[in-house]
Design a protein around this ligand. Structure first.
Ligand code: ATP
Ligand code: MG
Length: 399
């Protein structure tokens, strides 16, 4: 039995939220042929029909829009059966000295007993049949939740926290600028958590960056796909732009101008693919390109909202999330991406917008953009898909 999160407050959008959550849940459980997902107004029921409950619950914990869920047993609305099932469930977990309570809710108000009567009936039956057990209202060791519904009575002995958030796909589409680092996958996770349907944009610069750097970004995308279903991966060749910028722009502005190109290209892709915002993994003050002055100088190229979910998090807070979502070990693998390799030794921490514009205006911006956009490749990446091979990184020879 699955309980919805925030979506229950969404008024008339509620139905579409629930439908989307059911759709996402079915997608996550697609390989369990016997499982049936039924989404109702106030609860979602997942009938296991013999499927392994632990495997199913592990998947459910990654679905945004689920507040919590309880492995439950459904019985007929018949008091004898409810009593014996409740006793058996408590017995299964009972150890000498333990306390318990019954917590009944009723969505069917026509049922013959109200919640207090049901609590008393089941509590009394358990006290009579399980010597040594005691009732405790506050923080008991065991809580048996009982829900009286039209389609049966549901009993459950535990409640498991879900991922929270909103169902992916209910907040519109956004692009995530994904590198191979620690921060951008975490930013992507947080965007998905608020219901954004993400597509990835990744810039790569062969031969300066290895195939493995690209594969790393793809594999990170596979990790994120576990939270919202398969994700489109848009790879953009960035070599010509980086070579040109490196050659024609003063060293202090290399990074700013490169970033302006990245963002301009991302914005062009967003327009084409009808995305409404661009997400990145910038965290204020973390590196030279992530000062407010630098954001002003880079943000200048588009009006689209640039959303930075990790802007206020410390590095250790970001790492904590990366570990939780399983991206950290991949992110720290040593395949340098294009920005690391072309990073000037001393980028300006306070670049000036007028200068950035001025240096850039000497370049063939339109031509460079057009050729990069022409080289785009789009693939679809599934949850858990693997891309990295055992081969060692080979970028070193180009440094
Ligand atoms: P991350 O850990 O996400 O790589 P970082 O601390 O290395 O971040 P930067 O390299 O300054 O920071 O990058 C800032 C942001 O710019 C990244 O979080 C990402 O959103 C975007 N970005 C950087 N490199 C790329 C790339 N090769 N392709 C797409 N986006 C990128
Ligand atoms: Mg990076």
């Amino acid at each position: 039995m699955v309980r919805y999160g925030e979506l229950s407050t969404k008024g008339k959008n509620r139905r579409s939220f629930i439908d989307r959550l059911a759709f996402n849940t079915r997608a996550v459980l697609h390989d369990f042929a016997q499982v049936v997902v039924k989404a109702q107004r106030d609860r979602m029921h997942i009938q296991l029909n013999g499927a392994d409950s632990h495997q199913v619950m592990e998947r459910l914990q990654q679905v945004f829009g689920i507040q919590n869920f309880s492995p439950s047993i459904r019985v007929e609305r018949e008091l004898e059966t409810v009593k014996t099932t409740a006793l058996a469930m408590i017995k299964e977990k009972f150890q000498p000295g333990m306390t318990f309570k019954i917590n009944t809710r009723r969505s069917d108000h026509d049922f013959q007993l109200d919640t207090n009567q049901m609590n008393d009936l089941l509590g009394g039956y358990i006290l009579d049949n399980l010597p040594g057990i005691k009732v405790k209202m506050k923080n008991p060791d065991l809580t048996l939740r009982v829900e009286i519904r039209k389609n049966g009575i549901f009993l459950s002995g535990e409640t498991i926290q879900g991922a929270g958030g909103l169902p992916v796909g209910t907040a519109g589409k956004g692009l995530l600028m994904i590198s191979g680092g620690i921060d951008s996958p975490v930013a992507g996770y947080l965007a998905l958590k608020r219901g954004v349907d993400l597509e990835m944009v990744h810039f790569f610069s062969p031969p300066y960056t290895s195939e493995q750097a690209l594969h790393k970004a793809q594999e990170l995308t596979g990790k994120l796909a576990a939270f919202g279903g398969s994700i489109k991966f848009i790879q953009v060749p960035f070599t010509e732009i980086q070579e040109t910028v490196k050659h024609d722009v003063p060293e202090g502005y290399l990074m700013t101008v490169q970033r302006r190109f990245m963002l301009r290209i991302a914005a062009a892709i967003a327009q084409k693919r009808e995305a409404l915002a661009i997400f990145n993994g910038e965290s204020l003050g973390q590196v030279a390109s992530q000062t407010l002055e630098s954001m002003v100088a880079i943000n200048d190229v588009t009006n689209l909202p640039i959303l930075r979910p990790v802007v206020s998090l410390d590095k250790n807070e970001i790492i904590e999330i990366a570990e939780k979502i399983g991206t950290f070990d991949l992110s720290i693998m040593p395949f340098e991406d294009c920005c690391t390799i072309f990073a000037p030794p001393a980028p300006k921490t306070k670049p000036r917008l007028d200068r950035a514009r001025n240096y850039e205006s000497r370049l063939d911006v339109a031509g460079l953009m057009q050729r990069a956009l022409a080289g785009i490749k789009i693939t679809e990446i599934k949850a858990g898909e693997k891309f990295l091979t055992e081969e060692q990184p080979s970028f070193a020879q180009f440094l």
